[in-house]
Design a protein around this ligand. Sequence first.
Ligand SMILES: CC(C)(COP(=O)(O)OP(=O)(O)OC[C@H]1O[C@@H](n2cnc3c(N)ncnc32)[C@H](O)[C@@H]1OP(=O)(O)O)[C@@H](O)C(=O)NCCC(=O)NCCS
Length: 317
Amino acid sequence: MPPKKLTNTDLEKIVDTNDEWIITRTGIRTRHIVEEDVATSDLSVAAAKIVLEQRGLKGSDIDTIIVCTVTPDMMFPSTACLVQDRLGAKGAWGFDLLAACSGTVFGLTTGAQMIASGAQDRILVIGADTMSKIVDYQDRATCVLFGDAAGAVLLEPSDEPELGLLDYINEVDGSGGNMLYMPAGGSRHPASLETLKQRMHYVHQDGRQVFKWAVRKMTDVCVQILERNGYTPEDVDVLLLHQANGRIISAVADRLGLPSDKAINVIEEYGNTTGATIPLAAREVLNDGRLKKGDLVVMCAVGAGLTAGAALWRWAY
Ligand SMILES: CC(C)(COP(=O)(O)OP(=O)(O)OC[C@H]1O[C@@H](n2cnc3c(N)ncnc32)[C@H](O)[C@@H]1OP(=O)(O)O)[C@@H](O)C(=O)NCCC(=O)NCCS
């Protein structure tokens, strides 16, 4: 988490908004943002070092690095390569996974299957974004939502077969791509004076549409994954939802009939940190003891693409 905070009061000085509107409509009070010279790989390396230290491992113990991000340091090489080098993860391979806010669910479910296949032993899945670099601080409807952060998760084989990833549903639906996107900087609209003038290097979204779809889709995939595994919402110990808006989190919990203390909500302090939201929420409940080994956990996220993912876990650590 970068140390610098951007509060609602700070935002009042930048755009026409106010603390009360932001709190009521989003549940966000502050977000952390990076200094100008800090990039996504810097946050990724910092998060990865914490998780390696916790497990007493070195970079060279890692087989694979998956960095889930929409804000890579540059178009290429991938952020995973930059992270591999700085961690000294000699012999590792890796790649960036671009699925916006669903990226970390996609990354964790992909990594878990590589472990299950026996092909890899230690996979570092990093969800990291520096959204402050692509958010338009002239657009009050988006700039209040996002913050910067990284979270790292280490996947390893377990000798307790009932633990770990039980099932997942990952989906993409490109027909909704224009609800949330960054138009320029790729091969369709390479950087030019015109793209800069048109502010095309920033996040564009139809907030109201995204909101409605997010509530519907997250509820839908959570119900599906529970039903097809013979569970009901009452069986869920912890619901780790993507942190996009506090109202989205409570609406999904309500529709599932889950008490709000099971639907983890850490958005007040961090805002929407895209790839990092689920690791951040998990860290919070691991630290305060609400998430324990053996717990039934549903992770669920939706994002630009459109993308959606739900994963059912027996928590293994
Ligand atoms: C963006 C979002 C917070 C807007 O909240 P909303 O309740 O839908 O608000 P609306 O877009 O209907 O706008 C209502 C009014 O508030 C205004 N408004 C928007 N942002 C504002 C702000 N920061 N401060 C004050 N007013 C604001 C709008 O201009 C609009 O004014 P109008 O009625 O005069 O036109 C909400 O739609 C949202 O969170 N959407 C999901 C976005 C998201 O999560 N994206 C990432 C997905 S992974």
